[in-house]
Design a binder for this molecule. Structure first.
Ligand code: FES
Length: 114
C-alpha cells in the first residue's frame, strides 16, 4: 500500500501499488477531468507528481501528450502513470476558477490603489 496526498485538496488516501493516479485521485474524492475516458488521448488528466523517483518512466502515450519540459517538471497523465510508492500529486487549477481568482486579485489591487 502507498499513501497518495492530493493537493490542493490536502487529502491523503491509501491505495495499492500499481493503481493509476487517476483512480487514486478519485479515491481521495477529488476531481480530475478525463474527457477521453482514460485512453491517453485528451491530456485533461494531467497532474504533477512530486516524488518522481518511485515512478515508472513515462509511457509512449505520455511522451506524445506531454512536452519534455512537462515530464522533467513531474507532469504525468493520471490515466497512464501508476502509483509505485508514497507520492504527493498536485492537480491543476480549474480554468474557470483561475479566471475568477485573477479577476478578484485585480479588483483587490485596484481597491488598494496598486
Ligand atoms: S483521460 Fe484523457 S489523457 Fe488521460
Amino acid at each position: 500500500m502507498s499513501k497518495v496526498k492530493v493537493l490542493p485538496h490536502d487529502k491523503t488516501v491509501d491505495v495499492r501499488d500499481g493503481v493509476l493516479f487517476l483512480a487514486a485521485v478519485r479515491a481521495a474524492k477529488a476531481v480530475l477531468p478525463s474527457k477521453c475516458g482514460g485512453n491517453g488521448a485528451c491530456g485533461t488528466c494531467k497532474l504533477q507528481v512530486e516524488s518522481t523517483k518511485q515512478l515508472d518512466p513515462p509511457t509512449k502515450t505520455e511522451s506524445r501528450m506531454l512536452s519534455a519540459r512537462q515530464i522533467q517538471d513531474g507532469y504525468r497523465l493520471g490515466c497512464q502513470a501508476k502509483v509505485r510508492g508514497d507520492a504527493v500529486v498536485t492537480l491543476p487549477e480549474d480554468p474557470l476558477r483561475r479566471v475568477i481568482r485573477m479577476q478578484l486579485e485585480a479588483a483587490r489591487r485596484e481597491e488598494r490603489g496598486e
